[in-house]
Design a protein around this ligand. Structure first.
Ligand SMILES: Cc1cc2nc3c(=O)[nH]c(=O)nc-3n(C[C@H](O)[C@H](O)[C@H](O)COP(=O)(O)OP(=O)(O)OC[C@H]3O[C@@H](n4cnc5c(N)ncnc54)[C@H](O)[C@@H]3O)c2cc1C
Length: 456
């Protein structure tokens, strides 16, 4: 009887840690991926420490119960969506920042710490936690690690993987593994830390991490905003900025559809002649000179308007334009945020292929790009209330994914494969790599109960 099995788990956890109330459980079934019908979980376990995670995984292995690890539930690929009969294992309450070692520029944080909370704690020591997904106020360190999240500052400081030194992970069956170290360098053994980063909850449950902090930039960043009459011209300016070795700390592009969505909402005054807006920042000691150089390069590459922020407030307002993109697009309908990444010089070609796919399949797509990384988010918008992504949207997405692969790019620069991109994965990885992935999965999760049906 399943109720007896659940009683056994109750014996290992404190009161209130197992949730079976269907209304509450319902709130843990989905992440932020639209039009995805999740399964019915058996229960939710709210872990308060590593021992709870270990007890849950030992119990799950004994009874063959699938486990869906969950942080903030902000994922955009369905990675934390529940499956039938699973335990949703939430690490969101494991939210202690255990240590900030300012001299060594290291933090130790539990998996449920919110990204922005860690950055604020680091700021008190003149340091920062660099990876900054736009979901930084609502996503957790565990989720960021499991998806290898990127963010706006990645162009200068790298993705989550570049800020991790070590992990504590509970393996299937409940054994506790510690990977990596506290030192800036170290090569003893296989790089198990990297194996778990980006593994989307399929190889183990991350319970805490030793993370690298960096000196906080001395002053507020200078921001450049530049308007262009075509996306291709804006993309050429991006290539020129990178080639000039200016080292922007942020380099973002928004297309016409995105600007129109923002304009309809906030009346920003971008006319039809603005087909793309580039937002760039320099946060270095020589920020003003760097920003001015980027402004000049934009002008040289055909910008119809290019300005450098004159104050901290103005800098923030210009960046806010970028932060408004998703909420503005979401006002138009359900938004499937896709995530291809191509070599940076191919940005104009990729955008042209996205536009062709939109036209061919009659789908509305607005594109926002972490241009400095070649990472594009074509956002496919469709009717609210649908329980499945419509066929033409998938056909257009299929075309976009295949175009990215043809260009030597990838299906996902930062959001992960989750459930929604599994059918394309083999096309990117090829048979040998798929076989190695399956072998690793089998070695670490022989019963196949860790986030089944996700990522590989
Ligand atoms: C408004 C918005 C903006 C976003 N912007 C960005 C962005 O700029 N860059 C970016 O990369 N992403 C972005 N995302 C996507 C999302 O926020 C990231 O993927 C984030 O890293 C997910 O963290 P989470 O805590 O919400 O994880 P969840 O959504 O709960 O889980 C994500 C995946 O990680 C696994 N997981 C969660 N916790 C653990 C754990 N402790 N151990 C093992 N596996 C675990 C889950 O099983 C799932 O597969 C955005 C999402 C939204 C809604």
């Amino acid at each position: 009887m399943m109720s007896d099995v659940l009683e056994e788990l109750r014996g290992s956890l404190a009161d209130g840690q197992i949730i079976t109330d269907p209304d509450v459980v319902d709130g843990f079934r989905r992440d932020q991926t639209p039009a995805l019908e999740p399964g019915e979980p058996l229960c939710v376990v709210v872990a308060r420490g590593t021992a709870d995670v270990a007890a849950t995984l030992a119990w799950a292995q004994r009874h063959g119960v699938p486990v869906v690890p969950r942080g903030g539930g902000t994922g955009l690929a369905g990675g934390a969506a529940s499956t039938d009969g699973c335990v949703v294992l939430s690490t969101a309450r494991m939210s202690e920042i255990c240590e900030i070692d300012a001299d060594n520029e290291i933090a130790v944080a539990q998996a449920g710490v919110l990204n922005a909370d860690l950055d604020r704690a680091a700021a008190a020591h003149g340091l920062m936690y660099a990876p900054d997904p736009s979901s930084y106020e609502i996503s957790t360190i565990g989720g960021n690690l499991a998806t290898n999240a990127g963010g706006l500052r990645c162009v200068k400081y790298g993705v989550t993987r570049d800020s991790v030194l070590g992990l504590e992970v509970v393996l299937a069956g409940g054994r506790i593994l510690r990977t990596g170290r506290r030192t800036m360098k170290g090569v003893a053994g296989y790089d198990l830390t990297s194996l778990f980063v980006g593994s989307e909850g399929t190889l183990g449950v991350i319970t805490s991490a030793t993370l690298r902090l960096r000196p906080r930039p001395p002053a507020y960043p200078r921001t450049v905003a530049a308007a262009f009459a075509s996306f291709a011209a804006a993309a050429r300016a991006v290539t020129a900025i990178i080639a000039a070795r200016v080292k922007p700390s942020l380099l973002e592009l928004m297309d016409r559809a995105t600007l129109r969505a923002i304009d309809d909402w906030k009346h920003t005054g971008f006319g039809d002649d603005t087909q793309a807006l580039l937002i760039a920042q320099d946060d270095s000691d020589t920020a003003h000179a760097g920003a001015e150089r980027m402004r000049q390069l934009c002008v040289e590459h055909g910008a119809t308007m290019a300005e450098v922020s004159a104050s901290e407030d103005e800098s923030r307002q210009l960046l806010d334009l970028r932060r408004l993109s998703y909420p503005a697009i979401e006002r138009l309908g359900l938004a499937l945020v896709e995530d291809v990444c191509v070599p940076r010089t191919l940005l104009p070609d990729m955008v042209a292929r996205i536009e062709q796919a939109a036209q061919r399949h009659g789908v509305f797509i607005a594109t926002v790009a972490h241009a400095g990384d070649g990472n594009l988010h074509p956002v496919f918008v469709f009717e609210r209330g649908l329980r499945e992504v419509p066929g033409p949207v998938w056909s257009a997405a299929d075309e976009v994914f295949r175009a990215a692969l043809e260009m030597g790019g990838t299906l996902t620069g930062e959001h992960g494969v989750g459930v929604i991109k599994r059918r394309w994965l083999a096309d990117e990885l090829g048979p040998e790599s798929m076989a190695v992935h399956q072998a690793i999965k089998k070695a670490l999760d022989p019963a196949g109960i860790l986030n089944p049906g996700k990522a590989i």
